[in-house]
Design a binder for this molecule. Sequence first.
Ligand SMILES: [Mg+2]
Length: 111
Amino acid sequence: MKQETIDMVLKFRDDRNWKQFHNPKDLAVSISLEAAELLEVFQWSAEDLFCEGKKDKIKEELADVINYCILMADACGLDLDEIVSEKVKRNSEKYPVELAFGSKAKYTELK
Ligand SMILES: [Mg+2]
């Protein structure tokens, strides 16, 4: 993630003296709530699995999730690029291309 983006989110927080409220538990709650708002965009949409007509709302809620993830990483002293890279590496080991290509099976079910 660009440092400029992280700095912008942290500046927004610091300009309002909100860091005092941003403990890891409440940030985790906030990530989950914003993810639920993202899910709400698709509520009752039946077979509609596309973004068309919903992009503005999706952008807003996805940005909320990402902003809280940035704040959570800051509160816990975590580097977002590093933790994402480590996770992709672990997932690559769990889902080797030769077993997982084109499959939606959980890694425990891959043969
Ligand atoms: Mg929201």
